[in-house]
Design a protein around this ligand. Structure first.
Ligand code: ATP
Ligand code: ZN
Length: 283
C-alpha cells in the first residue's frame, strides 16, 4: 500500500487534493482525520503539517509526499525528488527597509537577517561569499526590522503588499518554489510500481493542464492555411459542416500558442472558436 503524505491545511492542500482527485483517486478529505484510505487504489492518505513531511518520507512513515521546494531545501531530508507539480508557486526573497539604498548582495555583509529558512539563507550567503547574522524565527518574519530584531528579512513573498505595509522592499529573489512530489529512497518493489502508476496519471494531468482542445469553423478554401497553423496531436481533425462550403476543425494546442495565433486565425475567416479544457492527456 502506498502511503501518500499531503499538507493537512494550508497553501498546498487544495492543489494536492485537486491533483490526486484528477488522477482519479477517490477518498474523503475530512479535515479532522489524520489518515484516510483511497477507495479505488491501493493507497492511503496522511494529512500532516508540511514541515513534518520530509522527515516522515525519509523515515518511510510515508512513501511519498507533496511539499513545497522551499520546505524540501530547508529540511535537507534524504529523499528523492520525483516530479515538479506546477502549483503553489512562490518566491523566497530578501527584503530591506524601503528607505535604505540597495547596493547589491554586498549590502547583506555583516547584517542581521530574520528568516524561517536559515538553511536556504546560509546556502545563499555562502554562494555569494558573505557572512551575516541569521535570526531564525518561525512566524511574522516581516515585522522583525520594525521591532529592531533584524536589519533585513528573507521570506516567502506572494504579492509584496505585506512587505510594503511593514515598510520593506524586496531586493533579491533567493529561490523560486513550487510543489514537488518526493519519495522514500528505499521503497519496496510493490510500492514502487504503485508510485509509477500514480506518476503516469500525474504526468497526463500535468500535460493536459497546458493544452486546450480548440474547435473552430472555417471556409473550405482556408482549411489548408488554418491546418498548417494548428499542430494537433497527430494532425487536426477536419469535419464537414451541414452548411456547404464550411468545415469544423478540431485541434489540441497550448493555450499560449492559441493566443499568439488568434488574430491570424480570425483573419483567415475562422468563426465560432471554442476552447475546451482537457482533463487528461496520454501521448
Ligand atoms: P503548516 O501548518 O502545514 O506548517 P505553513 O503555515 O507552514 O503550513 P503554508 O502557508 O500553508 O505553510 O504554505 C505551504 C507552502 O505553500 C509553502 O511552504 C510554500 O511552498 C507554498 N506557498 C506559500 N505561500 C504561498 C503563496 N502565497 N502562493 C503559493 N504558494 C505558497
Ligand atoms: Zn509549515
Amino acid at each position: 500500500m502506498l502511503k501518500i503524505a499531503i499538507q493537512k491545511s494550508g497553501r498546498l492542500s487544495e492543489g494536492s487534493i485537486d491533483l490526486l482527485k484528477k488522477c482519479s483517486l477517490k477518498f474523503r478529505n475530512s479535515h479532522n482525520q489524520l489518515m484516510t484510505p483511497v477507495q479505488n487504489f491501493d493507497a492511503q492518505l496522511l494529512f500532516l503539517r508540511d514541515d513534518d513531511i520530509p522527515q516522515y518520507v525519509q523515515d518511510g512513515v510515508a512513501d511519498v509526499g507533496i511539499i513545497g521546494e522551499n520546505v524540501f531545501l530547508e529540511h535537507q531530508a534524504d529523499v528523492e525528488v520525483v516530479k515538479k507539480l506546477g502549483f503553489s508557486k512562490c518566491r523566497v526573497c530578501l527584503a530591506i527597509p524601503k528607505n535604505e539604498q540597495y547596493t547589491g548582495v554586498e549590502y547583506f555583509r555583516g547584517k542581521n537577517i530574520a528568516t524561517s529558512y536559515p538553511n536556504i539563507l546560509k546556502t545563499f550567503l555562502a554562494t555569494h561569499g558573505l557572512e551575516a547574522g541569521i535570526h531564525n524565527i518561525s512566524g511574522s518574519v516581516e515585522i522583525a526590522p520594525s521591532i529592531g530584531l533584524a536589519e533585513a528579512i528573507m521570506d516567502i513573498v506572494s504579492t509584496g503588499s505585506t512587505l510594503l505595509s511593514n515598510g520593506l522592499k524586496e531586493v533579491e529573489t533567493v529561490l523560486r518554489s513550487e510543489a514537488i512530489l518526493i519519495a522514500n529512497k528505499g521503497m519496496g518493489k510493490e510500492d514502487k510500481a504503485l508510485l509509477q502508476e500514480i506518476l503516469f496519471r500525474i504526468e497526463s494531468v500535468l500535460k493536459a493542464r497546458d493544452f486546450k482542445y480548440v474547435l473552430l469553423n472555417a471556409p473550405n478554401d482556408k482549411i489548408q492555411d488554418i491546418v498548417e497553423m494548428l499542430p494537433g496531436m497527430k494532425s487536426p481533425t477536419v469535419l464537414p459542416l451541414a452548411e456547404s462550403g464550411w468545415s469544423s476543425i478540431h485541434s489540441v494546442m497550448s493555450e499560449g500558442k492559441f493566443w499568439e495565433n488568434i488574430d491570424r486565425l480570425k483573419s483567415l475567416g475562422a468563426q465560432g472558436i471554442l476552447i475546451v479544457p482537457i482533463e487528461k492527456m496520454v501521448l
